[in-house]
Design a protein around this ligand. Structure first.
Ligand code: NAD
Ligand code: FE2
Length: 391
């Protein structure tokens, strides 16, 4: 199936240096970007793994002045951004290195643009609200992943309103990315599963989105194909370098695709449950993906059938509705194989809180704008039904 005629803007970082060991090229890249005083934005987990020290050493040995800001929390907040921006000012940083999963990368992106855009942070929320370029930023992902290294998106929680603010603006795009799968080899199983299904969801949503276009389609399909081929193997055999490399590549391709197409209903619905129940982003997507797909297929049978063929669960001879039914079953089986719980089984989620908040979750989901890109745009009542189906 062909995409509508292209009239879309396409942004990706340049260069993207990828492959095992590519992190060793960081000093050369930092020099190329004119940096001398580097702030590394990361989190305590990455420090504990020794990765922050390794990256600092690489830079210091090459003569850079390095400071490390390591206070990013999972699902980062406005407070993390404020503290990171203060660290950048203290160090008089002229280059930001984002090191970690989506949380440090998103925080670093907003830290990088903060000084050049001094309006209140909630005004960054939405599409194209950040106007001015910030400090140059090199993103180095350690999960595979959000694809944040390749996107002009950041998700930051407004702690006062308990809302995950989705920001999409060209100045948030990393200047460059270093994508080294070796940094993901130590991911534990639950993290591999959650971030891996996030990657797959990026590919699927970018492909079925109303904003899909001729440049994003091949990236989205390749993301889906690589995820189908490598995710289960990376989960069951974490030391398999080919599987880790495949998932890392899938993550970056997925980021390139959805950042220039869009995410849709899964992400729209996952952000509110992430904000209320503090579920990891990938997990909150994974629990919703089969139910949202069941709801959406009728509006884009051909596209979802192509997804089914791409993951290998349906032959091209299948009628589209048969292929779509097989895709839904395949997604459910994948969740089961990866030991992804149902929404009701997730830690911290209770029936009482769910029942009390499901209307607000649904209203917030619709208000986020992402569901408008879905092949079938839901009503609030339909979103409530999908949450209940995923329960
Ligand atoms: N900007 C975007 O385009 C985009 C896209 C999707 C998601 N997101 C955002 O990204 C965030 C989630 O990011 P994430 O899923 O990558 O997780 P994360 O960055 O929140 O990290 C989760 C945990 O995993 C640990 N970790 C990271 N790498 C590891 C490794 N190699 N080995 C062991 N532990 C490791 C971290 O220390 C942390 O404790 C959410 O806030 C989500 O909203 C952003
Ligand atoms: Fe995501």
């Amino acid at each position: 199936m062909t995409a509508p005629i292209l009239s879309a803007r396409f942004d990706i970082p340049s260069p993207i240096i990828h492959g095992g060991g590519s992190r060793h090229r960081l000093p050369d890249l930092a020099r190329e970007l004119g940096g001398s005083r580097v702030l590394i934005v990361t989190d305590p987990g990455i420090v504990q793994l020794g990765v922050a020290a390794e990256i600092s050493r690489l830079l210091e040995t090459a003569g850079f002045s390095v400071a490390v800001f390591d206070e990013v929390q999972p699902d980062p907040t406005d407070k993390n951004v404020d503290a990171g921006a203060a660290a950048a000012a203290d160090h008089r940083a002229d280059l930001i290195v984002a090191l970690g999963g989506g949380s440090p990368i998103d925080t670093a992106k907003v830290v990088a643009v903060r000084q050049a855009n001094p309006q209140p942070l909630p005004e960054f929320m939405g599409l194209h609200k950040i106007k001015n370029a910030g400090l140059p930023l090199i993103a180095i992902p350690t999960t595979a992943g959000t694809g944040s290294e390749a996107t002009k998106v950041a998700v930051i929680t407004d702690t006062e309103r308990q809302v995950k603010m989705m920001m999409l603006s060209a100045p948030l795009l990393p200047t460059a990315a270093i994508v080294d799968f070796e940094l993901t080899m130590g991911m534990p199983r639950a993290l591999t599963a959650a971030v891996g299904v996030d990657t797959l969801t990026h590919g699927i949503e970018a492909y079925v989105s109303r904003k899909a276009n001729a440049l994003t389609d091949p990236l989205a399909l390749q993301c889906i194909a690589l995820s189908a081929r490598h995710l289960l193997e990376a989960w069951s055999n974490p030391a398999n370098r080919a599987a880790r490399a495949g998932m890392m590549l899938a993550a970056t391709l997925g980021g390139m695709a959805f950042s220039n197409s869009s995410v849709c209903l899964v992400h729209g619905m996952s952000r509110p449950i992430g904000a209320v129940f503090h579920l990891p982003h990938g997990l909150s997507n994974a629990v919703l993906l089969p139910a949202v797909t069941r709801f959406s297929v009728e509006a884009a049978l051909g596209r979802y059938a192509t997804v089914a063929q791409t993951v290998g669960c349906a032959p091209s001879a299948d009628a589209p509705d048969t292929a779509c039914a097989k895709l839904i079953a395949w997604l459910e089986a994948l969740n089961a194989a990866l030991e992804i719980p149902r929404l009701s089984e997730c830690r911290g989620v209770t029936q009482a809180t769910f029942d009390a908040s499901v209307e607000k979750l649904s209203t917030d989901a619709l208000a986020s704008g992402s569901p408008d890109n879905n092949p079938k745009v839901p009503t609030v009542a339909e979103i409530v039904r999908i949450y209940r189906e995923a329960w």
